[in-house]
Design a protein around this ligand. Structure first.
Ligand SMILES: [Zn+2]
Length: 118
């Protein structure tokens, strides 16, 4: 199962649990459809297509996640979640999110790419 299927099934089960406490045919149908679709994807033989769907989903998902994870104005107090690196070629200071492991950083000033551990 890829991330999209896991996401679909996660949301589906969450909605399904909601309907246990709050019976609602609309939510229940959505939950069933989500779980059904995630199973269809899991057993689908069309892997390139599934892969593309998943890629698209991840792009969108990461955007949404970034938005909720303090994608607010720069320098607005979430400094402890960021690390400052200095570009090896032009000494430009670059802020990157913390705790992402090894990441590739691209200098916004001169375009140099370098790998750092955040
Ligand atoms: Zn640079």
């Amino acid at each position: 199962m890829d991330q999209l299927s896991k996401f679909l099934i996660g949301v589906g089960i969450a909605l399904w649990i909601i309907t246990i406490f709050l019976p609602n045919n609309g939510i229940y149908s959505v939950a069933l459809v989500l779980i059904f679709v995630s199973y269809l994807r899991a057993f689908s033989k069309n892997h390139p297509q599934r892969y593309r769907e998943n890629e698209g989903f991840l792009r969108y998902y990461n955007k949404v996640k970034g938005f909720f994870k303090g994608g607010s104005r720069p320098g607005s107090g979430n400094r402890k979640n960021q690390r400052i690196f200095t570009c090896p070629s032009c000494k430009q200071k670059i802020r990157v999110p913390k705790g992402k492991g090894r990441i590739k950083i691209k200098c916004p000033k001169c375009g140099t790419e370098f790998i750092k551990k955040s």
